[in-house]
Design a protein around this ligand. Structure first.
Ligand code: BGC
Length: 770
């Protein structure tokens, strides 16, 4: 765990430059706008350790699978998020000496990610080996208003010299993915050009043929005045730059404003890319840096109006929750149903792909409550559109008749993952996709989604489960063999309680939805059944038979659900008895040792209890929590939030807070020692859930929002915004009670501590603590 980020309510701040933290900071200070994003690489050359990262949403490359031992059914390719053209470069040369913080004495250094207004700012003073001292101020952002654009203002002031300074803004398409399986480069050059005040590079991905045009225009100012300096155009393979040399005067600043646009062939015809790129660049140049920056602040202010969580009395918790919300909004804006939320967003390459079950299980609740309902609908439609591929994927593994198995990791619907125990066995992901449909409808009341799209997905998933279970003659029950639950520290187990519970729920829910759609849209139902050859009588007969005869492990003595067959045969050791030096297990133990141990990577049985909480009485929840949590190492970032919510439900406020801290500052404090690879974007939605569903106790039941809040001891109050069926609520919890304000013209009934209250249009309700 690190502790170098300075606490501040609205900003992430690093003071002093420690190269050891640089790659962590490159992740933490990342920028994005849903369409593109980048790690916080320096503009000027940096020869120290750094992970270069510029990404364009939806642009990927299927890297040929590399495994030690090929297994039938493995996908041939792993779709990777691509490191794209680097547009941040502004190289600085001080009369022959390159400015490079790895080679300078860094006198002072400060970087700040301003989350309120959405920009990254850096200020430093450095002295070169030759004794030249400069002060630099750099500010940049990815525009939330015009999401194909970005801008940088880079100001350099010579502190102790007057001499030539050469500034070279560039676009470099000659980049590589660090995780390239065969050390290949994934981009070919299509075209490039230098222009008087800029240049561009058009690159095409190998295999997938995406074209991305990245261009810049710039202006240079000396002492605040635009200067026309001679420009030397530089062109190399996949690279354009403009070299500008100015005679600098001691104490007088030189600024370059670099305007950038990044356009992809997903949105334009390839032959029009360059023209569109120039139009876009001209548009932002005309607007100007200051206007763009002001618009950026306004766009973020609007986001915060619906997203912000205010924590009073704990700056570090305040900073952390805003960081999580900020990064989620930088990653996904919900405007394009071809995009999704990668576990690393725009902050790193690790994990490839963009879509995991994380989206449905963790991100959907966040977007449901903080964004327009169409945002979550787009996330669901993304999966709807990939249904055909999920059916093909299942067919590859021997399933038939329209059964669908959604991929573990994907970009375009094709499975990308290639570890047999996950690709073939971690099938609970299919259930999460069904659960998200249920969750969306429960939250929004939008039942039309079911008839139009949801039911088709549900039937395909239910068909999969009905084929995936098998009949055990010995038990005279259905069993689910050879699976991996969310706890990936167990593979190829039988009867993982979570997977079986979710599978049976899917079949049951599908049948409920069939009845609903038959009643509300019988013609649509008939058309769908005919189109997908759904033989309702026979297929639902099988669903019912499985539902009624499914086997679930249960231990009578402990009275807990059994994570999987044989779990109690393992030596039962608790995490607290593990020597600290042996953790994280995934970095310290051999895999077989992990598999044989009782240690649990992340919520598994407890994930099921979280999903289906209403089915279980509080004692059942407590027994399972008390049994499984002490065996859980939380080595997935997705783990602490579910535990925080359940601990809150159990009234264990101290533990709920402890888990919250672990998820909220996971990246800021580099808790798992892996933030340098990128931030854990999807688990950030879990942090939000810990506050709203955990401390706020928010649930949606019978079409109503309910709250059962408590306030962590350290805080004096916390408040959050919730959009619900047209109403916009601000819920503030303080030591005195709960204050709910409605900032909309829609009245809404809420339940607080079990009692109903009407919150009128633009009205408020105060529930005092008794
Ligand atoms: C977790 C998975 C998760 C993936 C991506 C893994 O470490 O075990 O549940 O889907 O990370 O976040």
């Amino acid at each position: 765990m690190k502790n170098y980020i300075i606490a501040d309510e609205w900003s992430i701040i690093e003071e002093g430059f420690d190269p050891h933290y640089h790659q962590i900071s490159e992740s933490i200070f990342s920028l994005g706008n849903g369409r593109m994003g980048q790690r916080a690489n320096f503009e000027e050359t940096y020869s120290g350790q750094s992970l270069l990262g510029n990404y364009v949403a939806g642009v990927y490359y299927p890297d040929k699978t590399r495994v030690g031992w090929w297994k039938n059914g493995y996908p041939e390719y792993f779709a990777k998020v691509l490191n794209a053209a680097n547009w941040t470069i502004i190289d600085i040369n001080l009369d022959g000496e390159q400015l490079d913080l790895a080679k300078c004495e860094v006198i002072s250094f400060r970087r700040e990610l301003n989350m309120k207004e959405g920009y990254l700012k850096r200020n430093f003073r450095a002295k070169t080996a030759g004794g030249k001292e400069v002060e630099v101020d750099a500010i940049r952002f990815c525009s939330m208003v015009d999401d194909e654009t970005a801008a940088i203002r880079y100001t350099i002031t010579p502190v102790n010299f007057s001499d030539a300074i050469t500034i070279t803004p560039a676009i470099d398409g000659d980049v590589m993915n660090k995780d390239s399986n065969y050390d290949e480069k994934f981009w070919d050059e299509v075209s490039k050009a230098n222009q008087t005040d800029g240049g561009y590079v058009v690159m095409r991905t190998k295999k997938t043929g995406f074209e991305v045009a990245t261009g810049m225009k710039f202006s240079v100012l000396q002492n605040g005045q635009v200067v026309e300096a001679p420009i030397e155009a530089i062109k190399k393979e996949k690279y354009v730059a403009s070299k500008i040399t100015l005679q600098a005067q001691q104490g007088q600043s030189i600024s370059i404003i670099k305007y950038v646009a990044n356009l992809s062939s997903q949105n334009y015809q390839p032959e029009n890319l360059v023209e569109q790129l120039n139009d876009t660049l001209n548009r932002i140049v005309t607007k100007g840096f200051d206007t763009m920056l002001a618009e950026q602040a306004a766009a973020w202010a609007k986001k915060w109006e619906h997203n912000d969580i205010i924590i009073e009395g704990d700056v570090s918790a305040q900073q952390a929750i805003r960081f999580n919300i900020f990064q989620l909004n930088q990653t996904y804006t919900g405007e394009d149903d071809r995009l999704n939320i990668g576990p690393k967003g725009f902050t790193g390459e690790k994990y490839g792909g963009s879509t995991y079950w994380d989206t449905e299980a963790y991100c959907v609740p966040f977007y449901l409550a903080t964004a327009d309902q169409k945002v979550t609908r787009n996330l669901l439609l993304y999966r709807y559109k990939q249904l055909g591929k999920a059916i093909e994927n299942a067919a590859l593994l021997g399933f038939k008749d329209g059964a669908a198995l959604y991929p573990m990791v994907t970009m375009d619907g094709t499975e990308s993952h290639n570890e047999w125990e996950i690709t073939f066995e971690e099938i609970h992901r299919n259930g999460a996709i069904a659960y998200a449909i249920f969750n969306y409808v429960r939250y929004t009341g939008d039942e039309s989604y079911l008839a139009d799209y949801g039911l088709e997905v549900l039937i395909a998933i239910a068909r999969f489960w009905s084929q995936r279970v098998s009949w055990s003659q010995a038990k005279r029950q259905y069993v689910m063999l050879g699976v991996t639950g969310p706890n990936e520290y167990e593979n190829n187990v039988n009867n993982n309680w979570y997977t079986s519970t979710l599978a049976i729920w899917c079949m049951d829910y599908t049948m409920q939805v069939i009845e609903k759609v038959k009643a509300s849209a019988s013609e649509k139902y008939a058309a769908l059944a005919a189109r997908i050859n759904f033989d309702e009588e026979t297929e639902t007969y099988r669903f019912k038979h499985i539902i009624q005869n499914m086997y679930y492990g249960y231990d009578e003595k402990l009275q807990v659900f059994l994570q999987q067959d044989g779990y109690l045969d393992k030596e039962q050791i608790l995490v607290k008895d593990l020597p600290a030096g042996e953790r994280p297990l995934n970095q310290k133990w051999s895999w077989d040792r992990i598999l044989r141990s009782c240690f649990i990577k992340q919520a598994d049985v407890l994930q099921g209890i979280y999903f289906f909480e209403d089915r279980y009485d509080i004692d059942t929840i407590r027994r399972n929590f008390d049994f499984y949590e002490p065996r859980t190492v939380h080595e997935s970032s997705l783990s602490p939030c579910v535990h925080a919510i359940l601990a809150a439900k159990l009234g264990d406020e101290a533990r709920a807070y402890e888990f919250y801290l672990r998820t909220a500052r996971l990246d800021l404090d580099d808790y798992n020692n892996d933030t340098e690879d990128g931030c854990h974007i999807t688990s950030m939605a879990g942090t939000w859930m810990s506050v709203v569903e955990g401390f706020g106790g928010m649930r949606v039941r019978d079409g109503k929002l309910s709250f059962q809040p408590f306030i962590p001891e350290k805080w004096s109050s916390f408040s959050f915004h919730i959009g619900f069926r047209g109403a916009l609520l601000n819920v503030k919890v303080s030591k005195d009670g709960v204050h709910i304000k409605n900032a909309s013209a829609t009245q809404v009934t809420v339940v607080v501590f079990g009692n109903e209250h009407l919150v009128e249009a633009n009205g408020e309700v105060i529930v005092k603590n008794s």
